[in-house]
Design a protein around this ligand. Sequence first.
Ligand code: LLP
Length: 451
Amino acid sequence: MTATAPRPADAGDPSFTELVAARPHLALHAQDGLTMDEVPLAAIADAVGTPCFVYSAATIRRRYAALAGALERAGLDARIHYAVKANDHLAVLALIAREGGGADVVSVGELARAVEGGIPPARIVYSGVGKTEAELGEALARGVGQINVESAEELDMIAALAAAGGWRARVALRVNPDVDAGTHPKITTGLAENKFGIPYAEAGALYAHAARLPGIEPVGVAVHIGSQITAMAPFRAAYGRIAELVRGLRGAGLPVERVDCGGGLGITYRDEIAPAPEALAGVLERTLGGLGLRLIVEPGRWLVAPAGVLLASVVLVKAAAPRRFVVLDAGMNDLLRPALYDAWHGIVPLAAADAVAPVSPAEVVGPVCESADVFARARGLPVLAPGARVAILDAGAYGAVMSSTYNARPPAAQVMVEGTRWHVIRPRPPLAALWRDEIVPPFLTGGTGRG
Ligand code: LLP
C-alpha cells in the first residue's frame, strides 16, 4: 500500500453546531458545554471517568412514541418489537417494556434478557439463522409469541420438538426477497447470496408444508433486508413482493394473519437524509395495508442509536507532521462500527471553549494495537489538550453490545440520563473481573488434577 498525503478537513462534514442542532436531546451551553437533556456531559465524565456510554431515556421514549404514532396514524395494526441486539442493556429493555413494546431476539441469551427486562414471552419474536435445538426447545417452553423460521431444515427441527414437548409453535417463514437494500455490504441481508431466509420461490410450498405439520401453526411471513437503510425504494420492493406472496398463499387457502416487516430504518449519522417514521408507515400502508394483516416492525438502530453517546478523553495528541493524531482513551473495542464498516460518527468536544475554537484536520484514533482502531480521518477538530473530552455521537445502537475486552481493556461504564438526573447503569468493572472466570490448570500450578 502506498502512503497517502493527509486530506484536508472534509468541507462536507457538518459543524459541531449542526450536529448538535440535529439532535434535540443535545445542546451546547456557554457554561456547561455539551449537555444531554438537562445534564452536562462533563459532570458525568468527571464522576464516572471515560470511556463511558451515556443514553438519554427521554430520547428513546420520544422516538418510540414517534414511530408508534406514525404507524397508528397510517391506520395500521402494527406492533413494535425492539431488536434487542442493538442495545441489550436491561435498563433499555425495561424502558421499552414500559412503553408497551415487544422484542425481537436472536438467541436464548437475548430472550432471557428481554424477559428479565420485563417484556413478556408472548410479546417476543425469536429470529436468527442458527438457532440450536436446545435454544428452540427453550423458546417453546417459555412460550414465545412467534418463531421466525429461516429454512426448511429448521422447520423440521421445530416440528420435532413441538411434537415431543406437546407444544404448538407459532411460526413465521422468513423469506429472502432478493432485494438490494442499498446499504453497507456487511449489513445487507435480503439478497439471494446472503445466508438469511427462505428463497422467495420456495416459500409458498414450504408454507403449505408447515400448515400440514402437527404442532406447527404458520401465522405469517417475515422479511428483513438489511440495516441503516435510508431510501424507501428497497422497503417498497421487499414489502411489495411479500404482499404478492401473502395473496398467493391466501389464494391457495392458507391462513396468513401477520407479516413481520423486520427492522432496518436508517438514521442520520453525518448528512444522510434519513426517512421519517411516517415514510416507513406510508410504504407499509401502500404495500401491505389493505390485507387485514397484523404487522410487526423490528427497529433497533432507529430507536436507540441517536439516544447514546460515547464519552472519551484525549490521552495525548501526537504531532506527526503533516498529520495530527488525537489519541483517545476509547478504542475500537468500545465502538467497533468505524473499524468494521468505515462508519462515520460525529465527534463533538464537551467543553464550550473547544466547541467554538477553529478546527483543522485530525486523525482520531484509539489506543488499541490495530491499525483499524481509527474513529475518524481528516476530521475537523480544534486544538485539544490531553484530558480534553469529546462525545462520539449516535453510539446508542451497536456500541456497547459489540464491544470487547481486547487488549485487556475493561468494558466502558454506562449511564442513563433522565431529565436532570443520571444513573450509572453499569459501572466499569475492576480489572480483576477480566480474568475472574479463567482457570489456570493444576499442571501449571504444581497441582495433581487431571487434564
Ligand atoms: N430484525 C432482524 C431480523 C435483524 O437482523 C436486525 C438487524 C434488525 C431487526 C434490526 O435492524 P436495525 O433496525 O437496527 O437496522 N452491527 C451493524 C448492524 C447489524 C444489524 C443486524 N440485524 C451496525 O452497527 O451497523
